[in-house]
Design a protein around this ligand. Sequence first.
Ligand SMILES: *Cc1c(COP(=O)(O)O)cnc(C)c1O
Length: 422
Amino acid sequence: MLSNVTGLICRECGNTVDMIAQNQCDVCFGPMDVNYNYARIKKLVTKKRIRKGPANIWRYKEFLPAQTEKYVDLAPGFTPLQRAERLGEELGIKNLLIKNDTINPTFSCKDRMVCVAMTCAIEQNFEIVACASTGNLAQSLAAYAAKSGLKSYIFVPAGSNEIRLSSTNIYDPILLGVKGDPSQLNKLCSEIMLNSNWGFINVNLRPYYAEGAKTLAYEVAEQLDWKTPDHLVIPMGSGTTMTKIHKGFQEMVDAELLRHARVTFNGVQSTGCSPIVKAFNAKSELIQPEAPSTIAKSLAVGNPADGYYALKIIRGSDGLAVSVTDKDIRAGIKLLARLEGIFAEPAGGAVVAALGKMAALRHFKATDTVVAYITGAGLKTPDIIKDIVPKPRIIEPTVDSLDAAVAAINRAKHVPGAPDKE
Ligand SMILES: *Cc1c(COP(=O)(O)O)cnc(C)c1O
């Protein structure tokens, strides 16, 4: 198959290389991106052709770096874009839509990225893929490695929570607990990358991995019947997802799928790890790395690789970057579950809390369509909500006892979400 991909290109200096596993430019150390033949894409891609494609990320294959159609395919993506009337009413946002990425094969948006990177890793003849993660990335990598038959190595700090790791371990990767501090773990991974032919899914394979996040843009546009929304609210760790959603919208304009890409990009972090938001508030371009301390582990990236670019996109589109506390995040998780029936992990709680903050600042106009990205499912982190959910009322196995309980509940004028008062 003729490919739409021409190789890799440095985002800063434009230096190009072949389709190899390399995330940093040899010349200027800038980030490497996948380079496409856009003239060819424009000729190939049509709304009709997309509509006929599979109900997953590969319906946008023209925009993705796979060279063959031998996808490592657990069919991630094409998740619902749901109208959130009740949450919107609560927060004062008239046209609120939720991109529900809790519905993915391993229950987070990472599936989009890992699926693309794993497919490219196989095309580039990698036999071993790896990552350092205890969270969504590890789960996703382990699952796609299982599907493809590649060997996967997952590095975690020795002493990581075993219950949390079980949802990774179940896919049977090789799991290694590394003693020492996180910097030693990272150093070990760098040494392996230099000295052996391993594909680190979010490091040397990062250009391919990151491209998967563009599908979060294509899907929203298609699901809005090829209209551009007014606002996006995006959780940020490394800032890569934000950067690639932006790129996705630009590409759709270039390919004449969208008329314009005038969309405001708003970013969300946890106060316990908010280097991008701090730079935004300081009106600085400089991201100061920090040591994370937050329940939002999936956003806890102390030194965000794409922070600088995410910041530029937010500022360039008149967006906001806000941070929310762990308490706000828990409340956001509960609000989303209670009003929309969607159970999110902390990244989703952070987005909901941030929506409230932005609405209070009158950041959205009444006519604006606001799309909130809910990127991971709550069952991943049950420990986080155990203290904010009510315990069952204990009753006797009799109708009388039930009636008495119902009467007590009604007398207490049960406020949904509040703990019952006896
Ligand atoms: C990885 C991740 C994100 C976004 O992270 P970036 O590093 O900014 O791309 C958001 N939500 C969840 C649940 C994630 O796992």
